[in-house]
Design a protein around this ligand. Structure first.
Ligand SMILES: Cc1cc2nc3c(=O)[nH]c(=O)nc-3n(C[C@H](O)[C@H](O)[C@H](O)COP(=O)(O)OP(=O)(O)OC[C@H]3O[C@@H](n4cnc5c(N)ncnc54)[C@H](O)[C@@H]3O)c2cc1C
Length: 397
């Protein structure tokens, strides 16, 4: 596992020969295990393609153990030199807008994303420029002085400049997972609440699952979108490919005199190159959120206690006092521990089990997957049903 933040995963796997899964007939029964951002959206798109789909989750969509279980997630256009994720995000934004309108729920908040830049030309932002131009998009640049006028609660003195991505913002995370699952069921999908174990592979196919009530569940095709649990379910195939780390997010209580300033600002990301702090306003009134993208210690997503590490918290508070002086004495009003499901290079994984072509894996969100849910789900449904080639960047190596 790389301990580097994965704001811009590597992009050097374009040259594999194309590969496509078996084309599935419309009477195929597909079981999707995991109702997080990846499994939920994929199940919804598979159902829309006309398949019989059962979505199974041990603790429910957007539950507190899942990576998708926090209040909010950042959605940003910026992806360094990685065009695949840039394009996926453009489609995701389109789909978030369309679905919140369709479901009459506010899920995407187009507040923008403000980047705190220490260098003249951070690659993370500048390498994205050609893709921005191709889509007719443009960032806004501010000197520290200009930014201090626009955002008087931010200390900009140590920054080279600030960049606003006006197309991004934040998403309601756990709530969106529930909205997706509800839409899936309304559209004729079946939802089962159970922990599953895959049964044996026979003659190149996975035939069934064992559910936590001891029953056997059969289907024709299986997609495991189990987040941090994926490696544990298939230890021999992806045991060490997906690793789980403990990540922390803190909600600070903003002084009453400053609530408007903090509530109405963009999401933000600090490009310090070490801790990569980021933050999000408007968290269902939970407080002003700061997250730490630096990889934490290994974590057990089932039994791990969700208690914040005092050292990580103290460092984050010191940063916040520096960057947002009004928060110097702000109380911690809530904290969350969420698992990252890290792939070795930060790229997602969407591929078949090497011994069973009806058994698919989807995961490796690596701290940046949530925003892509609707577009990744659309792509995954096309790939799993055999209607489009696998995405080379997401294949297991
Ligand atoms: C602190 C933190 C901050 C992040 N910030 C961002 C961000 O700002 N922007 C962004 O885009 N992304 C972000 N991410 C990443 C993003 O949240 C994840 O990549 C994404 O949520 C992964 O979704 P998933 O569906 O793969 O996994 P999960 O959400 O973990 O879902 C997996 C589901 O599978 C179920 N499951 C597992 N095993 C079994 C089993 N055996 N049987 C039945 N059910 C099972 C679980 O209950 C769970 O619901 C962040 C992640 C964390 C932890």
């Amino acid at each position: 596992m790389s301990d580097q933040p994965t704001f811009a995963p590597r992009n050097n796997y374009k040259n594999l020969a194309p590969r496509r899964g078996n084309l599935l007939g419309t009477n195929t029964h597909i079981a999707v295990v995991g109702a997080g951002a990846f499994g939920g959206w994929t199940a919804l798109w598979l159902r829309r393609l006309g398949y019989r789909v059962t979505l199974i989750d041990a603790w429910g969509p957007g539950n507190s153990r899942a990576s998708s279980g926090d209040e909010t997630r950042v959605i940003r256009s910026t992806y360094g030199a990685n065009e695949t994720y840039f394009d996926l995000n453009v489609r995701a934004i389109e789909l978030w807008r369309e679905h919140q309108h369709r479901w009459n729920k506010s899920l995407f908040f187009n507040a923008g994303v403000l980047w705190f830049c220490y260098d003249e030309s951070p690659e993370m932002i500048e390498a994205t420029q050609p893709f921005m131009r191709r889509h007719g998009l443009e960032y806004q640049y501010f000197s520290p002085q200009e930014a201090a006028q626009k955002y008087p609660h931010i200390n900009t003195a140590d920054l080279h400049h600030l960049v606003l991505d006006p197309y991004g913002g934040y998403l309601k995370a756990r709530e969106s997972c529930q909205a997706v699952q509800e839409a899936f069921v309304r559209g004729g999908g079946a939802y089962v609440n159970a922990f599953v174990q895959p049964n044996k592979i026979e003659k190149g196919r996975l035939t069934s699952l064992t559910l936590s009530d001891g029953s056997t569940f059969a289907a024709d095709t299986f997609l495991f979108a189990c987040g941090s649990w994926l490696g544990k379910l298939f230890p021999e195939v992806i045991g060490e490919t997906i690793t789980c780390t403990k990540q922390e997010a803190y909600y600070l209580g903003v002084p009453a005199s400053h609530t408007q300033l903090f509530d109405q600002m963009p999401a933000w990301i600090d490009l310090d190159g070490v801790d990569f702090y980021y933050g999000i306003p408007g968290n269902a009134y939970r407080g002003f959120k700061i997250g730490v993208d630096k990889r934490g210690e290994r974590f057990d997503p089932t039994n791990g206690e969700r208690i914040a590490n005092p050292d990580v918290l103290a460092k984050a508070r010191a940063f916040m006092s520096h960057r947002f002086p009004a928060l110097k004495n702000a109380p911690l009003v809530e904290s969350r521990v969420c698992p990252y499901e890290n792939s070795p290079d930060g790229n997602f994984i969407l591929d078949t089990h090497p011994e069973a072509d009806n058994c698919w894996f989807l995961g490796g969100g690596s701290g940046h997957g949530y925003k892509h849910g609707p577009a990744l789900g659309e792509m995954a449904a096309g790939i799993v049903s055999g209607k489009r080639d696998l995405e080379n960047l997401f294949r297991m190596r």
